[in-house]
Design a protein around this ligand. Structure first.
Ligand code: BGC
Length: 363
């Protein structure tokens, strides 16, 4: 619950009730090609951190946080219009589902039934298919300190079985944490893997590339891929590879070294197997931008995180590697990889996942 406190304001001596809860503002963002009205909700906390979320794709359009001198900067790559999001193929800031990252050969078998999915990335199905959760309208409801978004994905949508009822709650608190609570239920056995695809540039959108950002990932292993970027099934130690981010490393330090895995991703585009103590919230990754002093920490309940260095951003209005993604997730292609943690959801079960993006200016 929001905690209210009494304050005296300036020389007028006006006494009022302010709240430490995030405020919420709603404004029209535009219309989809089908004529649906898209709203933009802006949450602001008492520190002035501000996140704007569109009901199209549940998209984080902007996220303003202070640098070490208190100067605000938008650290998420965003677009100005609904139309530009409809045409965008980089999943900028969007919610991703039903299945984050790739499902190999656009198919999987569940309970002996083969499900064929639309292939939108070579032979693979990427991020739920051509009309994934990033390209649908979400129903919004204001909740304390946040925004609840719901979407009912019909049985058979993009090839997936079961009516999937999805809820994502974004909340912003005064500790500068943007929290995402994902939940889902189904009426038939299905698979689900939900995430958010924000591209961060902690120097600020438009302020160059992310190669000088210093990253740590709490992972001793990662999932190497084949030439089609599908995991081979191996959990490979990061030790002695350019994927070792167990100590802080500049992203650009090793991105151009001769390495088959880096070549396959055109840079970093890999799932890391998080070192976990249990099933609760744990720190997964930390990014420091030395010039601005901005720091992002990612905490999650998920077993994996996709570190994507924005290698294909040049296909958008943004330059290559001008943003980075840290997508908390189950491992890519899990429906075809029996040794990976399961992504199966059955009727009567509730899928739950939580991720926090926490911001702080560095000391
Ligand atoms: C994938 C990349 C893909 C990108 C699309 C990332 O999550 O891992 O391979 O190109 O999304 O923008």
């Amino acid at each position: 619950m929001p905690i209210g406190k009494w304050v005296a304001i300036g020389a007028l001596g006006v006494v009022g009730l302010t709240s430490q809860a995030a405020s919420i503002k709603k404004q029209p963002f535009g219309k989809t090609q089908e004529g649906k009205q898209v709203e933009l909700y802006t949450l602001t906390n008492s520190k002035g951190i501000e996140v704007a979320i569109a009901t199209y794709g549940g998209t984080i359009v902007s996220l303003k946080v202070p640098d070490r001198n208190g100067k605000m900067g938008d650290v998420v790559l965003g677009l100005a219009t609904v139309k530009s999001y409809e045409h965008n193929t980089a999943y900028l800031g969007a919610l991703i589902g039903r299945y984050g990252n790739r499902i190999g050969n656009g198919k999987f078998t569940l309970n002996g039934v083969e499900y064929k999915l639309p292939q939108n990335n070579g032979q693979a199905t990427l991020h739920g298919g051509p009309k994934g959760f990033d390209k649908v309208m979400w129903t919004a409801k204001e909740v304390p300190n946040g925004l609840e978004l719901t979407y009912l994905s019909a049985d058979g949508e993009e090839g997936f079985p079961g009516n999937l009822s999805v809820k994502v709650v974004y909340t912003l608190n005064d500790d500068n944490e943007l929290k995402m609570d994902y939940s889902a239920t189904t009426d038939k056995d299905t698979v689900v893997n939900l995430t958010n695809h924000a591209y961060f540039n902690l120097a600020g959108e438009g302020q160059g590339d992310i190669l000088g950002h210093v990253l740590s990932i709490h992972a001793d292993r990662f999932t190497p891929t084949d030439a089609g970027q599908i995991p081979t099934g191996e959990l490979k130690p990061v030790e002695g590879t350019p994927f070792d981010f167990r100590t802080p490393q500049a992203i650009g330090a090793r991105i151009n070294v001769q390495d088959e895995q880096l070549a396959r991703g055109s840079g970093y585009d890999h799932n890391f197997v998080l070192n976990r103590k249990g099933v609760g919230m744990e720190l997964a990754a930390r990014v420091v931008e030395p010039q601005s002093g901005r720091v992002l920490e990612v905490l999650t309940t998920e077993p994996g995180i996709q570190f994507y260095s924005g290698n294909f951003l040049y296909k958008t209005k943004f330059p290559m590697r001008s943003g980075l993604c840290l997508e908390t997730q189950h491992f890519p292609d899990s429906p075809n990889q029996p040794s990976f943690p399961t992504t199966v959801l059955r009727p009567g079960q509730v899928f739950r996942s939580r991720t926090i993006y926490r911001f702080s200016p560095s000391a």
